[in-house]
Design a binder for this molecule. Sequence first.
Ligand code: NDP
Ligand code: 2IT
Length: 449
Amino acid sequence: MTAIDEKIEPIFAEVLRRNAGEVEFHQAVMEVLGSIGRVVAKHPHYANSALIERICEPERQIIFRVPWMDDKGQHHIARGFRVQFNSALGPHKGGIRFHPSVNLGIIKFLGFEQTFKNALTGLPIGGGKGGSDFNPRDRSDGEIMRFCQSFMTELQRHVGEYTDVPAGDIGVGAREVGYMFGQYKRITNRYEAGVLTGKGLIYGGSRARKEATGYGAATFVQCMLRTRNTDFEDKKVVVSGSGNVAIYTMEKILSLGGKVVACSDSNGFIVDEGGIDLDLVKEIKEHRRERISEYAKIKKGTSRYVDGGTIWDVPCDVAMPSATQNELTGKDARTLIRNGVVAVGEGANMPCTPDAISAFREAGILFGPAKAANAGGVATSALEMQQNASRDSWTFEQTEKRLSEIMVGIHDLCAQTADEYGSPGDYVLGANIAGFVRVAEAMEALGVI
Ligand code: NDP
Ligand code: 2IT
């Protein structure tokens, strides 16, 4: 990882001091501050008016109690969060995560990343993130609905189409967004479709939003491969996770001629050297909501399930970590490099540790960082907001075409920025600088607020 410039180092030291113990937040800030030394050297005004300090400080952080009742009549208390990180470019925008690991530091890292990711899309959206330490695993539909209603009963005070527009993330998909939208509508007595994105198609959702993050991530990697005169055709690909991002990453890769040989969930991974049967993964994960191990039980002869272990031991040409943060370590990166990986695209947020990123960069592997590679989801959320504002509904083809143009645009912007700052092919530097400059320009124009 690039060292932080000495002029910026005291700002980072202050971030560490004021946000003690929030290790994921520190990691995300370090990556961005480690990239912007050259920008500040070229444009010293970015260091004026505490601009970098302000960028590292969320505009507002909300923490609240979420009481809910299970099917047996037992009461539980979860903790809810919404971190409204930066609204210089538009209303706060970013997903909601339901996972037992959620804490303030994780939501802050996600909100910080989201701010630069959203800037890269070129669309008018600021950054934010929310969630809860509620564990949705094995909860009934009724329990999920009651939890979402309780969560939104508090959150509704803080969100709105001009204020803050949440969407899905880990543990939150169309079902949860639907329950939250229903409760928002009920409490406010407003059919304010633009308050949430990732909605179902029947009540204001956008076509291609479900597919967008995965399709976008595969498109980004395809653009990177093209810079080396190759593409996904006949490439062996490993995609971690088997949720929304992973499934539609696999779908796009298949349509581009690649072969996905492994995917996972938090318990283990499956390997199918003949190529993963995506319809079966969808059936198990999207409909039955079961474990990925079921796949190997159904496809007995051709596939195997590995309980625990690391999916990155499976040899591949392209790796797309699409589950969660810090899931691919330096050791995993070195295994992948030894096995001949040529490109890595981050579908999840911050899935590679700093050590892993350094290993990929040193080995000259094409590396697409999350804030660029997975920006297709939030970009299509912004397209959903556009459709809601104009009371319109676009076709799948129209929406996917815009998504694809946005992803090519983000790729080219990152590549050009990396060239301009003297590190051709360094998408980490390109994404961090290009995202930072857009947010910084808007913040300067709006005065010290
Ligand atoms: P889902 O809940 O649909 O799927 C998450 C997948 O990752 C599941 O397979 C899950 O396994 C696995 N997973 C989650 N937590 C862990 C963990 N701690 N260890 C190992 N595996 C884990 O979420 P998404 O697909 O929406 O999100 C995946 C990643 O992509 C996240 O980092 C998210 O922030 C990011 N992202 C999502 C976007 C979106 O539009 N949804 C947009 C951009 C980024 P299990 O079922 O066993 O829990
Ligand atoms: O991390 C992300 O970009 C998301 N979870 C999607 C956010 C959104 O508002 O669509």
